[in-house]
Design a protein around this ligand. Structure first.
Ligand SMILES: [Zn+2]
Length: 272
């Protein structure tokens, strides 16, 4: 992650909360948030799914939930503030760590004794790019769910970091229909799926860096995923890149699922 190199060892000199809703999960309130973080040194930068946390000297951590639209940015002192700036940290090297969040579904709080792993997110599973992610353990727990494979991918207690877009793209690449029951997936299918999930996430992260001014470092991948990279997501009616069949859209968990009906046939009742 690009964030660590910019914040580790840096002291926070000033904290500005531009929107109180962005610290609503910090129960003691905005003043306590800014007071406790001022003149404190950041000693790490960790990520799990849509959460980031910055371990602090003394054992607490700043916990950030990116929500639907949250982004953490590093900006030089002369860079214009991004739209939707909610919280700003002035660092002792002159750079600023900025939390921008258009829809304010995300937010920040201080996690007491959360430096190693904030207890608030201990139930969130690791993401497939995490060096400590365990594929064999994932396979076992996935099969136990006995549910549709996409539903399982979106379950953060099983695997984190996989949103609707990543899931659809990875399922098309494997290829697997989203309704395939996890109980019947072969080891090879699970391994292929995991590989594709990881690849899609890496591609999105790599592209995320180019959607901002070069002075910004975007550490939240999915928002930067360019539409031209997408094989199925949002491509209803267009030709499948593999076989030419028209991409289909289904309603799924209040959202949409996009598939190629030929490459990803829907499982028949009583089979798979
Ligand atoms: Zn196809």
């Amino acid at each position: 992650m690009g964030l660590a190199e910019h914040v580790v060892g840096r002291r926070i000199e000033r904290v500005t909360v531009h929107h109180p809703r962005s610290v609503r999960r910090h129960e003691p309130g905005p003043a306590d948030f800014t007071d406790r973080l001022t003149m404190v040194t950041v000693v790490g930068a960790e990520r799990r799914g849509k959460y980031l946390w910055l371990p602090l000297e003394g054992g607490d951590a700043v916990l950030a939930h990116l929500g639907m639209s949250g982004q953490m940015l590093i900006a030089g002192p002369d860079v214009d503030e991004p739209r939707h700036l909610r919280i700003a940290f002035d660092l002792d090297d002159g750079n600023r760590l900025l939390f921008a969040d258009q829809r304010i579904f995300g937010g920040m709080s201080i996690s007491d004794d959360g430096a190693e792993l904030p207890p608030e997110i201990a139930h969130i599973a690791r993401d497939p790019l995490d060096a400590l992610f365990d594929p064999a353990d994932f396979r076992v727990r996935l099969r136990r769910r006995q549910t549709g494979v996409k539903r399982a991918l979106l379950d953060q207690t099983l695997v984190s970091g996989v949103g609707n877009i990543y899931a659809d793209e990875a399922l098309w690449r494997t290829p697997l229909h989203y309704a395939r029951n996890t109980r019947h997936l072969r080891t090879r299918e699970v391994d292929d799926l995991l590989g594709h999930v990881g690849a899609v996430m890496l591609e999105a992260l790599a592209q995320g860096g180019t959607t901002f001014d070069t002075l910004y470092v975007n550490v939240n991948g999915e928002s930067g995923y360019f539409e031209r990279s997408l094989a199925v997501y949002g491509q209803e009616g267009k030709a499948c890149r593999r076989c030419g069949t028209a991409i289909r859209r289904d309603s799924f968990m209040n959202r949409s699922s996009f598939t190629c009906p030929t490459c990803q046939p829907r499982p028949r009742r009583g089979r798979w």
